[in-house]
Design a binder for this molecule. Sequence first.
Ligand code: PHE
Length: 349
Amino acid sequence: MSGPELGRLIDEVDRTVDVQFAAVGDVDELNRLYASLLGRRGSLNALMKQLPGAAPAERKLLGQRLNAVKGRVERAREEATARIKRTARERELSAPPLDITLPGRWRAPGRPHPIMRTLDEIVDIFVGLGFDVAEGPQIELARYNFDLLGFPADHPAMDMHDTFYIAGDPGQNVLLRTHTSPVQVREMLSHPPPVMIVAPGVVYRRDDDASHSPMFVQIEGLVVDRDVSLADLKGLLEVYSRRMFGEDTKTRFRPSYFPFTEPSAELDVSCLVCYGENRACPQCKGTGWLEVLGCGMVHPTVLRNVGIDPEVYTGLAFGIGVDRTANMKFAVDDIRSFYENDVRFLGSL
Ligand code: PHE
């Protein structure tokens, strides 16, 4: 390459150095530009290699000019580095400041469902009286849910209208339990007396109105021992009612019928909402009484069905409607609102 030609190329680089460095926006761009000029394959290095081709008289001057351009590149790089740092710092300083005095964001903590709170309270009362807690499956055998409990084969509770059977079981041997009473059977089959348990759990029936939900919660109670009497049943449930609903709660046993107890009764407690003083009370419908549970003495046939001698042992049993109890404690009109999962409603209880 001739001297003048080389000189022209050097000038061209020289003229563009400042503009090019002024245009880079960040460190990466800057490094790339620098390497394109002074890197191993940089354009200035390439020109350097052309020097020997120039006439000896021109060589010295061309070398000096090349060095001057190199110096200019180094300076431009330093300036660009400083500029990039400065801009970054300015951007940091002009960002909106972190306000540590802003109040935190409120996140409502969850808490147990009112029915579960009610259930816990009931369990606590019975555990305090010496009961153990037992559990059984929600998908149950018809044998435990009905047969061994002495339901006659044509009992209306077994009707399709009341019971959810498990699909694909034409014999209808497997179902969603309709009450917690099958846990009585399981307990007596697996433990010799004395037995003293409560069994909380979810049960299912094909019912759906203001006082019936197709899924609800019960807690079963069972005591089997020598000399368990109706007096024990009444005393126990009176103690329970007073602890659950308050010391001045009155109780009333009404004769009733269950296939697995004899005699059978239903227990009413005095209305917590109106104390019998409001003829139009939405809770007790003006009767002054609220039905809270079914109970009775374990039927001798049931004891025999599970291999316990009814001449030696007797038992008492009860089944508390937990939803109803919660209904009453929280004075809720429609039992189904417990299951609608509206946190405005649930949070208000
Ligand atoms: N299982 C009965 C029901 O669901 C309640 C009950 C339990 C009655 C135990 C007597 C004894 O209606």
